[in-house]
Design a protein around this ligand. Structure first.
Ligand code: DLL
Length: 435
């Protein structure tokens, strides 16, 4: 079902009108209340009066993660601190985290975004949503929690980890939906299949809301088969609110973005100019109704493309293709751009392989090395290199044809690759430490 048809199915013309009104208001607030934006706009010679409609968006400055770090912790706040009701932060790998603050209205808007995603699976009273995203500063746990509350569903806040207990509760409490990262969903699916106590056939699970990291169509099929559910993508980022910037509908043909709240653009990351409709590039968001921390043209680094045709589900909200990866996740091996998600795509094409992998890149004698650890499903595993070759060869050929670089493939024994409870880490680029 559609949670909020007024906004999810608005005509393009009305949406542009609404976006224009909201942008004009947002820009005025940014200029008047946030010295950071006033300076950026002054430096570019732009005044709030120059923004007359959404078509003027490219007159505005970009905001980057570095800007957010420089303004740590509350430099971008546009309301008195007494109006803040919650603080979240995304764990940066280095330095200070990126902080997000929320007013009462911001929390309500965020919960609505998540509720719209959960509504696609008719989640409502009587449904139990097991929330296995981490609770805490990470937005996944509490974001999914508040969205489930708006839908009137029962929130089961298990957080991430303690896998055996999670699957016991999933069965005993009759969870009907699961919200976690796709890699943790895979870990849970694996634990259910290995378990002698619980069985997927005794469970009531029917839907999964998976996001916070890139995942592939192959992974979706695997999760749907193993967990006997329909698996939906949920997208978001701390800088906009957290999960619920958009989500997939029942057609599973692109992730709808809630354009009444977040205005999306696709730009060429090198020229910073807008891409043609349908062209791949970097996703940029401007918040249209955030109060505590409005953000202009935030460069997400996520690479994707947008499609504006109306969806069969009736929603008009723009659809985004699966995120190929973040531009900062891309590794350049022997001069070729490689996205870890491409390896997942290749692996999931072979039924004998698990969708787990780990890439190690190094530079030895001035040449890049590309090592790929993979796992076979236990029924296919053999320690004999001769037996392994019959699995390695087709995978090797597929990776060379898709990615264009020759990997050194190593088959590890079952569970040889570390399982993740949150966002999985897939790469160790040792060249970074050799510079
Ligand atoms: O990951 C918010 C979230 C929580 C989204 C739970 C969905 C579910 P951050 O930690 O700030 O916030 O990371 C945001 O994660 O820019 C993408 O690179 C990636 N990401 C999030 N959702 C998806 C998705 C949360 N569905 C960053 N597909 C984003 C691919 C995703 N990548």
């Amino acid at each position: 079902m559609i949670h909020n048809p007024k906004y999810e199915c608005m005509s393009r013309e009305d949406m542009r009108k609404l976006q224009s009104e909201r942008l004009i208001k947002t820009v005025k607030i940014c200029y008047e209340k946030v010295p950071f934006y006033q300076k950026k706009m002054d430096d570019m010679g732009v005044k709030p009066e120059d923004i007359k409609s959404i078509d003027d968006i490219n007159k505005l400055p970009f905001t980057t993660k570095t800007d957010l770090r420089d303004e740590y912790p509350f430099g971008l706040e546009a309301v008195p601190h007494s109006e803040i009701r919650r603080i979240h932060a995304s764990s940066g790998t280095t330095g200070k985290p990126v902080v997000a603050t929320y007013t009462e209205n911001d929390l309500a808007m965020w919960a609505e975004g998540v509720a719209r995603v959960m509504a696609v699976a008719n989640i409502g009273p009587g449904d139990t949503i097991q929330i296995s995203y981490g609770y805490g500063l990470f937005t996944g746990g509490l974001g999914a929690h508040d969205g489930a509350a708006v839908r009137g569903a029962i929130q089961l806040p298990t957080s991430a980890g303690n896998t055996e207990k999670q699957i016991m509760l999933m069965q005993d409490f009759g969870a009907t939906a699961l919200a976690c990262t796709p890699s943790y969903a895979m870990r849970l699916a694996e634990a259910i299949h290995d378990s002698k106590i619980v069985s997927v056939h005794q469970m009531k699970l029917r839907a999964g809301f998976f996001g916070a990291e890139p995942w592939t169509e192959g992974m979706r099929k695997e999760l749907e088969r193993k967990l006997q559910i329909k698996a939906y993508d949920i997208y978001g980022l701390t800088e906009m609110c957290g999960p619920g910037v958009g989500g997939e509908c029942e057609c599973q043909n692109g992730t709808h973005l809630w354009e009444d709240m977040f205005f999306p653009e696709i730009i060429n990351p090198d020229t910073l100019k807008p891409c043609e409709p349908g062209e791949f590039g970097e996703l940029v968001f401007t918040s249209l109704c955030k109060e505590a921390m409005p953000i202009l043209r935030y460069r997400t680094r996520d690479l994707t493309r947008l499609r504006y045709e109306k969806c069969k589900c009736g929603r008009t909200a723009v659809r985004m293709d699966r995120i190929l990866g973040r531009s900062d996740d891309m590794i350049i091996i022997r001069g070729v751009n490689v996205f870890p998600s491409q390896i997942e795509t290749c692996l999931t094409e072979f039924p004998a392989f698990q969708p787990y992998y780990f890439i190690t890149v190094d530079r030895i004698y001035n040449e890049d090395t590309f090592d790929l650890d993979v796992e076979l499903k236990s029924q296919f595993f053999s320690a004999d290199p001769q037996d392994q070759m019959k699995f390695i060869k087709p995978l090797y050929d597929r990776i060379v044809s898709m990615v264009g670089v020759k990997p050194n493939i190593h088959i590890l024994p079952p569970y040889g690759i570390e399982r993740s409870m949150g966002k999985a880490k897939h790469v160790n680029d040792k060249r970074n430490f050799r510079a």
